[in-house]
Design a protein around this ligand. Structure first.
Ligand code: FA5
Length: 352
């Protein structure tokens, strides 16, 4: 009896010190099966106690079970410790996918790109107008004459077509859209009021390029149709949004009368020329102001064209050149720079 007890104690002692040296989960598993399983020394001892008296068997049995339980608890603790070390290691080894790689066989790091300034501005515009509850709408870049002009109250032969000379694709039927205002029509045709959308995208015009003009550029359209929105709401939203977009106290805005066949009344918003501090320069054509956007209350005829009752609904629309916004926000004095893909220009916009 005493010998058996000593054997169990020996197993206990050696097991506890062995557990501390286990280094991985595989070892834990192995240890469990060799030292606590059916074929373990401990189980063998318990199987061979038949020669002892009942009370001795009981005493040794209880002792051996206690030892087994203690070894098992120690093993669990060690397993827990190893798992924690593994987790900590994983945490400290998190891979940073933003670190640039290396150019093959040179040891030089690859240069990290940046988001194109026009794309960054589109994102800023979308985030800004989301604050005012605007959703994003899309329309095709190749349009029919109806969506680009006629539905917007610009019939064939109307002089306002001259303001947006275009490239026709097929016998005066299809054309690259000259403005994003075509998305107004598509949105109103497919959705009942209330409507509150912005629609950014590319537009095309038959124009000579200069520092402020390009034959392809980006616009974003805004449209609100409900039963009460008015010119004051238009002015508040646009001034608030432009303030957030420019984030520059020194930029002044002015609203003036204008004319668009699809809005009545129509306005335009200009901003103070940041290139010359309003003294007059080549970029602002010596005016001290730069034209930013056109806007106005949606013309009742446009509402009728998309089967919206102008006696029940009203609203406003606006459209601005996205290049123009970047030029002013980031002091870019020539719009052509956006399309030359010159890395020296683009790398100045490290916006990621
Ligand atoms: C329009 O395109 C109207 N669709 C805007 C509008 C929408 C008015 C809704 C009323 C209601 P406009 O042709 O003025 O208007 O162009 C709007 C803006 O686009 C201009 O203020 C300017 O910022 C920009 N823009 C116009 N032409 C060019 C160009 N060739 N290159 C770069 N930006 C341009």
């Amino acid at each position: 009896m005493e010998k058996i007890k000593k054997d169990v104690e020996k197993i206990w002692k050696t097991s506890i010190s062995a557990i501390e040296t286990l280094e991985n989960l595989e070892d834990i598993k192995k240890f469990h099966s060799t030292n606590l399983g059916k074929n373990s020394d401990l189980s063998a001892i318990l199987r061979n106690i038949s020669k002892l008296t009942i009370s001795e068997r009981k005493e040794i049995g209880q002792f051996a079970n206690k030892v087994k339980e203690n070894i098992s608890n120690n093993l669990k603790q060690q397993e827990e410790k190893l798992r924690q070390t593994l987790y900590d290691k994983e945490d400290s080894e998190t891979i940073d996918t933003t670190i640039s790689g290396y150019k093959l066989n040179t040891g030089k790091t690859l240069s990290i790109g940046s988001i194109h300034p026009i794309s960054a501005m589109i994102k800023l515009i979308e985030d800004t107008f989301a604050v005012y509850g605007f959703e994003i709408a899309e329309g095709p870049e190749i349009e029919t004459d109806w969506f680009c002009f006629q539905a917007l109250n610009i019939p064939i032969g109307h002089p306002a077509r001259d303001m947006q000379d275009t490239f026709y694709i097929k016998e005066d039927e299809l054309l690259p859209r000259t403005h994003t205002s075509s998305v107004q029509i598509r949105t109103m045709q497919n959705n009942a009021p209330p409507i509150r959308i912005i629609a950014p995208g590319k537009v095309y015009r038959n124009e000579n390029s200069d520092s402020r003009h390009s034959f392809m550029f980006h616009q974003f359209e805004g449209l609100v149709i409900d039963d009460k929105s008015n010119l004051k709401d238009l002015s508040n939203i646009l001034q608030g949004a432009l303030k957030r977009i420019f984030d520059n106290e020194n930029i002044r805005l002015r609203i003036r009368n204008s004319y668009f066949p699809f809005t009545e009344p129509s306005i335009e918003i200009d901003c103070s020329c940041i290139f010359c501090d309003m003294k007059g320069c080549k970029i602002c054509s010596n005016k001290g102001w730069l034209e930013l956007l056109g806007a106005g209350m949606v013309h009742p005829q446009v509402l009728r064209n998309v089967n919206i009752d102008p006696n029940k609904y009203q609203g406003f629309a606006f459209g601005t050149g996205i290049e123009r916004l970047v030029m002013i926000k980031d002091r870019v004095d020539d719009t052509r720079l956006f399309y030359e893909n010159d890395i020296r220009f683009l790398s100045q916009f490290r916006n990621i």
